[in-house]
Design a protein around this ligand. Sequence first.
Ligand code: KG4
Ligand code: ZN
Length: 376
Amino acid sequence: MGTRQITVLGLESSCDETAAAIVRLTLDTQGQLAGAGEIISNQVLSQIELHAPYGGVVPEIAARAHITHMDGLVKQALEEAGMRLAQLDAIAATAGPGLIGGVLIGLTTGKALALAAQKRFIGINHLEGHALTARMTQGVEFPYLLLLVSGGHCQLLGVTGLGQYQELGSTMDDAVGEAFDKAAKLLSLGYPGGPEIERWAREGNPEAYPLPRPLIDRHNLDTGSGAELACEFSFSGLKTALRQKAEKLAPLKDTHVRDLAASFQAAVLDCLADRTRNAMHVFRMLHNLSGEIPLVVAGGVAANQALRARLDMEASAQGYALCVPPPALCTDNAAMIAWAGAERMASAERMASAESEADAMATSAKARWPLADLSA
Ligand code: KG4
Ligand code: ZN
């Protein structure tokens, strides 16, 4: 039985999706999360078509599109929910990390709405939104291991509580989504590249071309030698190897593209599986955890079905349970921002430590904002 509900409007504009959503969190009599949240409305406008001709996100075009559409999306989110601003408990917006022009638009809109409606404002770290999504969709409890794989990020984090994110490893060069996007571009496939590579890979031979698996086997967890590399990622060497192979095979026929896509995806999956396997081991040891631990996968790349199947296998073998939010909530959206806002509000109430309104309104937009900074 829930005792308190927190309803939050969330805004997202840090990359190439303009989004507004209303989400409700329910607390039980002990003030703890009473299961999954309720997504009351969820409006997402993708700018993919605007950026596709350039093969990547153009910051100025993104910012202009966010400005044009944010107000309308807020209105639609309220209409879809059949609610007025007055019925909300708070308004949350992404404050970073991301493309600064875009972040500023959502953040400023959120503050203005909060001021006008006399509601609390909460600035949210976009990565925390991804990190907490599985709590909204599946009510997953702390602690869990998080593999965050998107266009801008690739990291393994131990999540032991709200705001408690310990980085176990991250990428030394490209993010994994970025690697998919670059691979697709050099195979002349569409943008975003992840779904294209996955589609072409489905009919290709993953063993057609042996591509490198950067960093795999460069450590020994038992002896500790090279252990600092056990959960790190690197994709730039793989990308270069793919380019060289493609150049040798040029002009590329469809069968080449299928086999190259399949070989590339297989190499990426091997890297992600290997690093995650190490992190599962490290996380269990670090916190002396027994029993089944959730392995949550978040970010746009979590939409990849082959990755899910692979991680499911790896997780079961290590006594972990794979948990992946539905694809539409793995890619950028505002429901996750609203949810993070609701969790932050619930936590502040529990600790009677609400941030002052002036402090919340002073939240600045940040291009860079590592998740691990929230634990400080
Ligand atoms: O989380 P997201 O929507 O945006 C951020 O980067 O924050 O992630 C987008 C990334 C893109 O790089 C896209 O190519 C990748 O996720 N992606 C995929 C798939 N769907 C999206 N990568 C691999 N397989 C997919 N099915
Ligand atoms: Zn994202």
